[in-house]
Design a protein around this ligand. Sequence first.
Ligand SMILES: C[C@@]1(CC(=O)O)c2cc3[nH]c(cc4nc(cc5[nH]c(cc(n2)[C@H]1CCC(=O)O)[C@@](C)(CC(=O)O)[C@@H]5CCC(=O)O)C(CC(=O)O)=C4CCC(=O)O)c(CCC(=O)O)c3CC(=O)O
Ligand SMILES: NC(=O)C1=CN([C@@H]2O[C@H](COP(=O)(O)OP(=O)(O)OC[C@H]3O[C@@H](n4cnc5c(N)ncnc54)[C@H](O)[C@@H]3O)[C@@H](O)[C@H]2O)C=CC1
Length: 225
Amino acid sequence: MKPTPLMVDLTGKNAVIVGGGKVAEKRARVLVESGALVTIISPTITQALQSKIGHNTIEWKQKDFDSSDVQHTYLVVIATDDEGTNEQILAACEHVPLVNVASKAECGNLHFPGHFSRGKLSVAVSTNGASPMLTSRIKEELEQKYDEDYGAYVDFLFECRQLIKRKPFASDEKRLILQALLDEAFFDTEKQQELRIHIERSEEGGDMLEWIERKTSGVGSGSQV
Ligand SMILES: C[C@@]1(CC(=O)O)c2cc3[nH]c(cc4nc(cc5[nH]c(cc(n2)[C@H]1CCC(=O)O)[C@@](C)(CC(=O)O)[C@@H]5CCC(=O)O)C(CC(=O)O)=C4CCC(=O)O)c(CCC(=O)O)c3CC(=O)O
Ligand SMILES: NC(=O)C1=CN([C@@H]2O[C@H](COP(=O)(O)OP(=O)(O)OC[C@H]3O[C@@H](n4cnc5c(N)ncnc54)[C@H](O)[C@@H]3O)[C@@H](O)[C@H]2O)C=CC1
């Protein structure tokens, strides 16, 4: 497998997880959050999974796997603790677009990276299966650096960018303004509010840049976050 990081929309897609253990539990959480319609095929499931059945979008078929379970599905997670069964499931998945093999990741075409979100910011870490523990450590470091408050800051950047896109500024000015918004001064919510108002009123890119320069330590001064 030669992995390519992509963002994928799974809303309303059928996803089958075979196995109901700890790995199935982790994958079910991610898939339900992404809006997929999840079916678990397994004779047993964990307590945590049991508490989710019937709510949101998880269904449980309490049975051993057979090949009809993976017809008409977009994504399959193979996560039983029986290697022979896992191989049999993989053989039945030829037509399935996305397949994750929990016990032998390189046999499928889908990996689950270590991942967290802060509002619109999404951070995913992968070592291409070399060391899940290193992934976990790097993810934890980044979670501390980009803490819970970061989501609101990314929302602010999103809003400003939408406003700036609609302005008649020259494209190089737009670029400089978008870059200047990354100055750490704009972590401050009062300054964010002032800036929003100023962008709304402003018709001149040059003036806008001068105003930002006065509010921050200067465009391109290296204090970007
Ligand atoms: C390919 C991949 C996923 C996939 O797509 O299935 C994969 C594959 C495998 N993991 C295995 C083992 C372990 N995985 C963890 C933990 C995590 N594993 C995660 C991701 C990934 N693991 C993907 C690649 C990520 C990358 O590219 O770096 C994390 C980050 C995210 C998550 O799982 O949600 C999560 C950290 C949670 C967090 O902090 O967020 C631990 C440690 C623990 O549990 O504490 C162990 C035991 C120690 C060890 O073995 O290292 C085995 C062997 C199984 C066996 O022995 O049978 C395989 C199979 C193989 O190696 O082929
Ligand atoms: N990718 C990853 O991050 C990791 C992968 N693994 C691998 O993932 C696999 C699953 O691990 P865990 O969830 O910890 O195992 P587990 O033992 O907690 O759960 C296994 C599940 O498979 C079910 N099962 C067994 N035979 C079945 C069949 N014929 N049809 C349907 N379901 C069946 C069992 O009822 C049970 O619910 C193992 O092969 C393990 O090596 C383990 C740890 C991490």
